[in-house]
Design a protein around this ligand. Structure first.
Ligand code: NI
Length: 225
């Protein structure tokens, strides 16, 4: 795939430049790698591919949201699934808050401090106060900008398979790895795309009549936190 090939090229170029902005001391990293022992070639290849796949998914989410939501009537984007549930506007706001406070800040915390400094708790209701009076178009544009900036920063970290095993401490879940965090970033996007699909389908529960039994999106009870 051209996209991945280009990405690999960028990684190689970045490596040869040895950017001064790397957040860690090179000697420390070498010592840690030595202490951890070697990662098998097969495992290295799997981890590298998993990260490339995750980045490929993460890079597409803003365009998916744009195609699905931009210009839809408010009746669709401001509808929710009932009391204490989110509408699509709030889901995009939640994704923005994650770009600002969750994924990359936590990845950097892991690199810089390991388990010694737990992550800040994530505020699942931040979007309720942050996005009052804003339009969905503004939110979609902001999400796309933040995601692009964060992925540029992630690529710039030039993570290697050994780095993905680095650990951090989640305030509720305990010890987690960088590999798990990045996989969760991708699965979190897909969870909320699933959720938006379910929100948009919500009004069809009665309208489809007996076909409801064939339509999984109408059977899903919801699970997104
Ligand atoms: Ni979420």
């Amino acid at each position: 795939m051209p996209h991945l090939a280009r990405h690999d090229d960028e990684r190689e170029r970045g490596r040869s430049r040895e950017p001064a902005s790397r957040p860690r001391d090179r000697a420390t990293i070498s010592e840690e790698r030595f202490a951890c022992g070697s990662v098998s070639a097969e495992r290295r290849s799997t981890l590298k591919q998993s990260l490339a796949d995750t980045i490929a998914i993460l890079s597409r989410t803003p365009a998916v949201l744009n195609a699905l939501l931009r210009g839809l009537p408010d009746a669709c984007t401001l509808r929710n699934e009932g009391k204490d549930t989110w509408n699509a506007f709030e889901v995009v706001g939640h994704l923005i808050h994650g770009e600002r406070t969750d994924w990359m800040p936590r990845a950097k915390r892991m690199i810089e401090s390991g388990e010694s400094r737990p992550f800040e708790a994530f505020d699942r209701r931040a979007q309720e106060r942050e996005n009052e009076g804003r339009s969905l178009i503004e939110l979609l544009d902001e999400f796309a900008r933040l995601r692009s900036d964060n992925l540029a920063e992630l690529r710039g970290m030039d993570l290697r398979p050994e780095d993905l095993g680095r650990r951090g401490r989640h305030p509720a879940l305990g010890v987690v790895t960088l590999s798990q965090l990045l996989a969760t970033w991708g699965a979190h996007d897909l969870t909320h795309l699933h959720q938006i699909s379910r929100i948009l389908a919500h009004p069809y529960r009665e309208a489809v009549g007996p076909w409801s039994v064939y339509l999984g999106v109408l059977q899903c009870a919801g699970h997104s936190r």
